[in-house]
Design a protein. Structure first.
Length: 175
C-alpha cells in the first residue's frame, strides 16, 4: 500500500481531535497532518498525548486563504483529505453569517480546488471526505429519522452554509 499523507482539517476541535488521534494511532505508516486555525473551537491541548508522534504534524492555517492551502498541498503532497473544519453553532451564524459563508463554503471550495489541482493526473487514487451535519435536513418530526433520501431543508445560516458546502463537494465529484 502506498504511503498516505492525510490532511485532516479542523483537527484541534472536539470531533476532529478524536479523528486525528485515531488515525495517528491506528495507521502508524500514514502521516497525519492536522490543519486548524485554532479559533474558539480548536484546542491543541486535546492532542497532547500524540503531539510528539513521528507520523503527526500540526499546521496552523486558515482554509479561507486559497494561496496558503494551495501551497500546503504542494509542500506536503497530501494524498487524501478528511475535511471537518467549519464554523459552527446556529446562534453564532445568525450574528455573523458571512463568517460561515467564508469558512464553510469558500474554505471548502479552496480545499476542493487545491485537491483537484494536486491530484489532476490521478483523481481516482485519492479520497476527499467531507464531514457535514444533520442540520442540513432541518427539524425532525416527532419520532422521525433522517434517511439518505431526506431532502435538504436548512433553517439557519449555519445549516445553509453546510448544505452549500455539501453541494459543492457533490458537484466537484460529479464533474
Amino acid at each position: 500500500m502506498a504511503h498516505k499523507k492525510i490532511l485532516i482539517t479542523g483537527g484541534a476541535g472536539f470531533i476532529g481531535s478524536h479523528v486525528v488521534r485515531l488515525f495517528v494511532n491506528k495507521y502508524p505508516d500514514y502521516h497525519i497532518y492536522n490543519l486548524d486555525k485554532l479559533t474558539y473551537a480548536g484546542n491543541l491541548k486535546n492532542l497532547t498525548d500524540i503531539e510528539q508522534a513521528s507520523n503527526y504534524t500540526f499546521i496552523k492555517a486558515d482554509i479561507v486563504d486559497a494561496s496558503s492551502i494551495q501551497q500546503l498541498f504542494e509542500q506536503y503532497g497530501f494524498t487524501d483529505v478528511i475535511h471537518l473544519a467549519a464554523e459552527s453553532h446556529v446562534d453564532r451564524s445568525i450574528a455573523n453569517p458571512l463568517e460561515f459563508v467564508m469558512t464553510n463554503v469558500v474554505g471548502t471550495v479552496n480545499l476542493l480546488n487545491a485537491a483537484k489541482h494536486a491530484w489532476k493526473d490521478e483523481l481516482n487514487n485519492h479520497l476527499f471526505y467531507h464531514v457535514s451535519t444533520d442540520e442540513v435536513y432541518g427539524s425532525l418530526d416527532d419520532g422521525g429519522f433522517f434517511l439518505e433520501t431526506t431532502p435538504y431543508d436548512p433553517q439557519s445560516p449555519y445549516s445553509a452554509s453546510k448544505a452549500s458546502s455539501d453541494h459543492f463537494v457533490r458537484a466537484y465529484h460529479n464533474t
